[in-house]
Design a protein around this ligand. Structure first.
Ligand code: AHG
Ligand code: MN
Ligand code: MN
Length: 341
């Protein structure tokens, strides 16, 4: 006879969400409901991502497949299913998505009474879909500032990241994971495909203060500022006592690059370039949620000068230069960017 030790207890995402809610006396279960529905949409998108390699057999995007159904691009599919999940949750008043020009405000009494709005990049790293490389979803949840009982308005989405109630990402990688925080700990859940459940696998993630990975698209070197290029030279210098040269790792899916660096320690940067003086990444649904997670795990996130989470957004799709990851590495990069090194 063997006795199962308590350390083998499986905690599913939904069990975890419900248990976490019990810690808040006045919690109404609405945020829990939203997170549950995000987990559900993630499983639907995951199912489709897993079939992406079969596109040649099932039909290319824009065509009809063998079943006579329209084949959608995966980013459009992901957008649709996160919309459906948020709408069905009845706890979300609207979404600002990378895939929609304007914010989408939900209609109906439940949506008017909903407390939360969501900013989302439904599919991040879309250039990696066709080649079987990790992609992701990024989301941030805010409490609305317009009065409950009326339809949400654009300013509900234009809140600084320091107002986030919860943020997270899903990585569709060698395994599929959901990582999220409601402002205290950062927890990671791995999807067990055999039971179709996200299971707690990475409790209380803390990122190392100093890492040895730098992640940046160096092909833009001729377009970077002198400060950024001096920092890149610093990363490659031989200085064994400080662990340099650092290791270069760049997937081209922000979620995957940030996830790896969060676990192992490192810096992810997408600086301003001559062609894109504001960089490429979007404040509302790429940088803010990931900055929130990185900070809650003990790291740091800046635009080279300012804390990302303190930036007041003025536009749903605004971009910003981005430096985030291990605190000591981000601090050092900022010194170079600001011309102090
Ligand atoms: P998306 O697929 O949502 O448009 O985002 C892609 C982003 C980000 O994930 C990644 O870090 C970056 O684009 C890569 O850009 P470069 O190809 O310019 O390096
Ligand atoms: Mn993206
Ligand atoms: Mn995207």
């Amino acid at each position: 006879m063997s006795i199962l030790s308590e350390t083998h207890k499986i905690v599913t995402l939904n069990e975890f969400i419900i248990n976490s809610q019990k810690g808040f006396d006045f919690a109404t279960g609405e945020l829990s409901g939203l997170l549950h529905h995000i987990g559900l949409a993630a499983k639907i998108v995951n199912r489709e991502v897993n079939k992406a390699g079969l596109v040649g057999i099932l039909g290319a995007a824009g065509s009809n497949n063998v079943h006579g159904e329209d084949v959608q691009r995966l980013d459009i599919f992901a957008n649709l299913h996160f919309h459906k999940a948020m709408r069905n949750s009845e706890f979300c008043g609207g979404i600002a998505s990378e895939e929609d020009d304007d914010c989408v405000i939900y209609e109906g009494e439940r949506a008017r009474n909903a407390k939360y709005v969501v900013c989302i990049d439904p599919l991040d790293g879309s250039s990696n879909i066709d080649v079987n490389v990790s992609i992701g979803t990024i989301f941030g949840i805010y409490r609305r500032i317009s009065p409950v009982g009326q339809p949400c308005v654009e300013k509900d989405f234009l809140q600084p990241g320091n107002q986030l109630v919860a943020a997270g990402y899903i990585i569709y990688g060698s395994s599929t994971m959901m990582v999220y925080t409601t402002g205290t700990r950062v927890n990671g859940f791995t999807l067990d495909p055999s039971i179709g459940e996200f299971c707690l696998s990475h409790p209380d993630i803390k990122t190392p203060l100093q890492g040895s990975i730098y992640s940046i698209n160096e092909s833009y070197q001729s377009q970077f500022s002198d400060g950024v290029n001096r920092y890149l030279a610093y990363c490659k210098e031989i200085e064994p006592f400080t662990g340099r040269p650092y290791n270069s790792r760049y997937i081209g899916s922000m979620v995957a690059d940030v996830h790896r660096n969060l676990i192992k320690g490192g810096i992810f940067a997408y600086p301003a370039t001559k062609d894109n003086p504001q960089g490429k990444l979007r404040l509302l649904y790429e940088c803010n949620p990931l900055a929130f997670i990185v900070e809650k795990a003990g790291g740091m996130a800046t635009d080279g000068k300012n804390r990302i989470l303190d930036i007041q957004p003025t536009n749903l799709h605004q971009r910003l230069p981005t430096y985030l990851g291990s605190t000591a590495m981000v601090r050092k990069a900022m010194q170079f960017v600001q011309g102090e090194e």
